[in-house]
Design a protein around this ligand. Sequence first.
Ligand code: BTN
Length: 254
Amino acid sequence: MNAAHIASLSHAKVAVEVVPETGSTNADLLARAPTLTEPVLLVAGHQSAGRGRAGRSWLSSPEGSLTFSLAWKFDGGPQQLTGLPLAIGVALGDALAQLGVQVQLKWPNDVLKDGDKLAGILIETQGAPGGGTWAVIGIGLNLIMPDELEARLGRSAAGAPWLARMERDVLLAALLDALADSLRLFAAQGFGAFCARWNLRHAWQGQVVTIIDNGQVLHEGLAAGVDDTGRLLLDTAEGRIAVLAGDVSLRVKE
Ligand SMILES: O=C(O)CCCC[C@@H]1SC[C@@H]2NC(=O)N[C@@H]21
């Protein structure tokens, strides 16, 4: 991968950096956030300590994945970023659709292909010196799954061999453009501008799901999409509720 080539293919006006290997692109950009003056895309050929949501680790293979983080500064505080992970899912979904790969979204921010996980999103934030907030938007995309990794991850990851055949610089430039456009829209209008598109791609709309937090089943009901703040709407036996946090699973049929 070539940073100058990626930047030349993109209109996003973002500094692009490519490293062969690092621990975590999210950790790297968070550490640099106090000194950043412009948006930066950091792409790693391999991560040895990739981070996932909820303190989990993120395993990936150099051949089969794209791992990158984008540091982007917002004017307000972190409370203004409610719904940002879901908006990033929409941006990825639309960009992948333009490249010929149709995906679905699983709340809060997984990208699925044919029911399996194609991409994960991890957003971490840090206050910017002088005001505002740096959001480090980390994305891990499974292009192909080598056998060993697939065995370790079980069927929790889905490859997209069609994407794997694309030149990576072209793929990254397309994703970067989509992300930059969406981040500007989000800064201006918030998640409300993405809500309808998220619901169109909702993987489990109308299906019975459970919400699990800290290993405990908190709710069960019919998934009814998200509201304009990104909460998952669930039609339960007691009526409609809006869920703020947790992991959602399809209810196992007895
Ligand atoms: O748990 C998830 O689904 C989120 C996974 C996010 C992984 C990406 S890979 C690039 C960036 N760097 C990290 O350490 N994590 C994110």
